[in-house]
Structures are given as C-alpha cells and as structure tokens.
Design a protein around this ligand. Structure first.
Ligand SMILES: NC(=O)c1ccc[n+]([C@@H]2O[C@H](COP(=O)([O-])OP(=O)(O)OC[C@H]3O[C@@H](n4cnc5c(N)ncnc54)[C@H](OP(=O)(O)O)[C@@H]3O)[C@@H](O)[C@H]2O)c1
Length: 291
C-alpha cells in the first residue's frame, strides 16, 4: 500500500513511520510540507496514496488559546486540505483526534459515539477536523481519539515530570484531572491492526486503564527509582494556564475492542518506555505536546 503520514516527525508520526515501514511511505512534515498550504493538497493527491494517516496538528494547547487563528488554520483548514486530497484520489483517511473533544464533566467514561462537547480552542479545532473528515470522506475514514500521549523524542508529561524532579525537591501535580496515558509505540501498532481490518469508523485507542495526573506522576517517579519524592496533590485550577483542561475526559475503547484490538495497561507501557530511556527512536524532538 502507498501510505502518506502527516506529522511524520512528531511524537506519534515517527512511531507510525516505524509501524508501517513495510509499506511504501511518504512522511510529510514541516518545514518541507505545510498542511495549511493548498498546494500541499495537490502534491498529496498527485502522489496517489491508498491511505492517509493524518497525525499533524498544532498540539500546544495553551498556544492554541493564545492564537486561535493558527489553531484553526492548522487543525481545521489543514485537515481539510489533507481530506480533500484523499477524497480526490479515493484514498481512505485516518484522523487522529483527542479526548479533549469531550468536556470531561461526566464521571462516566466517554464512548466513541458520545456527543462532542469541546471546551478549549484546541479541542474545538480538533472537533472541527473530525467534522471535516466525516463530511469529505463519507464512509472511508477512521477517526481515532487518543489521550495523554508519551513516546520517544516527545516533550510529554513523563519528560516534564522527570525534568521538574531534577530541578525541585517536591512536585505539585493535579489530582482532579483524569485521562488515559497512551504510549505512542503501542498506539501506532494498534492503528496498524485497525486499518488492516478495513472497518471504518470512530475509535478510542489508548492504553488500558486511566488515572489522575497525580497518580501518573507517582508512577513515573516510582519507575525512576525515586518513590519518596514528595508530590503534593493539588487542584488543576491551582495551576494557572491559558487553557482549561477537561477534568474527566476518560475514553472507553468499545469499537476497537470488538475487533480484538485492546492495548496493554498504561503502567506496563510506561515501564517499557522508561526502561528504553525515553529517546530510543530516530528523529528530532517533537514540539510541545498537549498535557
Ligand atoms: N500529545 C498528546 O498528548 C495528544 C493527545 C491527544 C491527541 N493528540 C493528537 O495526536 C496527534 C499527534 O500528536 P503528537 O503528540 O505526536 O504531536 P507532535 O509531536 O506535536 O507532532 C505533530 C507534528 O505535526 C507537525 N505540524 C504542525 N503543524 C504543521 C503544519 N502546518 N504542516 C505540517 N506539519 C505540521 C509538527 O511539526 P512541528 O513540530 O515543526 O510544529 C509535528 O511534527 C495530533 O493530531 C494531536 O492533536 C495528541
């Protein structure tokens, strides 16, 4: 298969490049290819992919709040350019979306078909991308919502906690924000299995289980051999930032599980990631990732 992967140098993109290495690949990313440019759409269509894996996005959640124009230009208009190219050549498209399309006000888990309720600019721009893919790729798309991604070369919650622990004697971490930590390598492998089924639709793919940021940080420090580092549980509202994260946007994997696709526990995945030294993959470090 000819497979185009956008955001190929990002945290997930580089794992997708590795997971699909047996295929004919074109990895698109800045600065060579900018999805906000209409000309990119023409070049992508001219390459005639069978499948487009769209992982490129403006993922700095606070940056999106400060610059909504850029957020919608990349995450909505850019997605439209990618989707139009796929539509033109009859390619299938897989769009990576986020748990943040849900407002997280429910204590329950969110299923694939739940009503979207995005709050932040980032979330609204990603939800717009979902709508564009549904409209343009009628019937030939996968929407894969993920959460709390960590992977080699990325600037993610794990690397941030480890860096903070190097600088300070104690940490303060939100105990009221919950999500599903997800290892980029596991996710890329699961996406490989998903597209092999040809079952188009909406999916929630994360490592199994969920936790609070506080619990996530505790496990990171335990695996780093510093279980006694003091970590104070705080409310996320005590940590002022431009965007307000959803507090309980926890995803349930119902659709992929019905196909036999279930990722291992986030604790096992985190242990593998940290044992590998966090940066065992080719490519340059990714941009600031969403927390
Ligand atoms: N990280 C998370 O926790 C998380 C959670 C839920 C969903 N997601 C979604 O998962 C996907 C992958 O996330 P990630 O963590 O791998 O992100 P990432 O590391 O920031 O990678 C995104 C890639 O897209 C590129 N990109 C940005 N703007 C572009 C443009 N205009 N044209 C072409 N490429 C562009 C980035 O390049 P630069 O680095 O040069 O900007 C980067 O290489 C995204 O769709 C994101 O919304 C992520």
């Amino acid at each position: 298969m000819r497979i185009a992967i956008t955001g190929a140098r990002g945290q997930l993109g580089r794992q997708l490049m590795a997971a699909f290495a047996g295929h004919e690949l074109w990895g698109l990313d800045l600065p060579e290819e900018d999805i906000t440019q209409p000309a990119m759409s023409g070049r992508l269509a001219a390459w005639r992919p069978d499948l487009v894996l769209h992982a490129a996005a403006y993922t700095d959640v606070d940056g999106c709040e400060r610059d909504p124009e850029l957020a919608f230009r990349v995450n909505a208009v850019g997605t439209q350019h990618v989707a139009l190219a796929a539509q033109q050549v009859g390619a299938a498209m897989l769009y990576i979306s986020t748990n943040e399309v849900f407002d997280g006000t429910r204590r329950d888990l969110y299923r694939e078909w739940d009503q979207l309720s995005p709050m932040s600019i980032y979330a609204r721009s990603k939800a717009a991308g979902e709508q564009i893919v549904r409209d343009l790729l009628a019937g030939r798309f996968y929407i894969v919502r993920i959460a709390w991604l960590f992977g080699p070369g990325g600037n993610n919650f794990v690397t941030k906690i480890l860096a903070a622990a190097e600088k300070t004697a104690a940490l303060r971490v939100a105990a009221d924000e919950f999500g599903n930590p997800t290892y980029a390598a596991d996710l890329a492998a699961a996406i490989g299995r998903l597209v092999a089924t040809g079952h188009f639709g909406i999916y929630h793919l994360t490592n199994t289980g969920f936790c609070s940021r506080y619990e996530f940080a505790r496990e990171i420090m335990r695996l780093a051999g510093r279980p006694d580092l003091p970590i104070t549980p705080i409310l996320s509202a005590e940590w002022p930032r431009p965007s307000r994260p959803p507090l309980h946007a926890v995803l349930a994997n119902t659709a992929a599980a019905s196909l036999g696709i279930v990722l291992r526990s986030w604790q096992d995945a985190l242990a593998d990631y940290m044992a590998a030294g966090l940066s065992n993959s080719p490519g340059s470090p990714g941009s600031l990732c969403s927390l």
